[in-house]
Design a protein around this ligand. Sequence first.
Ligand code: FUB
Length: 338
Amino acid sequence: MSDAMEADQLQALAARAISRPLVTHIYTADPSAHVFEGAVYVYPSHDIDAGIPFNDDGDHFGMQDYHVLRMDSPEGEAVDCGVALHVDDVPWASRQMWAPDAACRDGRYYLYFPARDAAGTFRIGVATGERPEGPFSAEPEPIPGSYSIDPAVFGDADGAFYMYFGGLWGGQLQQYRDNVHDPDGREPDDDAPALGPKVARLTEDMTHFAETPREVAILDADGAPLRAGDHERRYFEAPWLHKYGGRYYLSYSTGNTHLLCYAIGDDPYGPFTFQGTILRPVVGWTTHHSIVEFGGRWWLYYHDSLLSGGVTHLRSVKVAPLQHDAAGRIATLDPYGG
Ligand code: FUB
């Protein structure tokens, strides 16, 4: 959907919206939700108007810090736990604290975040803390071998943790092939296999990749890789992994077609077979989410730009119930009840 929306259009969408912003005193986006210590902790981007003109690289997404939100339940109120980490306290980062995620191992908490380094290249950093809400103390350097944006960390039942990451265009994923950087790199030709997110297992101390990042394959129903020109289905950004019925669900944004989609596999490394749409387009260009189980039900945390009147870099996190049917398929949601 476009940035500029008429007041009557906005009002109509607001009336039909399936959920309300978790908080309204700040703008929040890109929610990564986890259950820690019996509560839901949401790790969002903290959107601001940094006064930077719009461009295709997303420079107007000029976020500077992270606030963590706590909810006793997805149906309850969200409490802003305050600033958990600021770009000024990250030695290697220069700007654009984009979509974060968090993990807990052995009672210690880890905040993972992308930011541009001094040269303007996106890298992924980690900061550690004693509490789910922080504060977090950043490692002096980004994770060696990391690049691009949108880290999502999945802890499997066997104790292994995996980071999924990568986002196209402003997130620079198109500049990498086999983990090698080419600043002039582009998305593959339309009939070539699409780029996938990357995945790497984390070391036991949670601060490094234990292996070289691997490409994640997303296949169609015939087992063929999705094509780069298949913009309704190909991976763009915002990976998330959840496990349901013993299978691995990779969900993600299709970017310029504004869908949240999912694919299912039998291994955290994939391959994953495309299944369908989770969420139809929201108000605002970006769509980004997480999926979490709480109280025996499943929840979709997502964002839209309704509260800001459609300003694409001023978003608000929301939450809605998510249904898996008997076969494990996820029912498609319309954010405005259509
Ligand atoms: O919030 C900045 C970027 O917008 C995120 O990293 C992307 O996933 C998109 O939501």
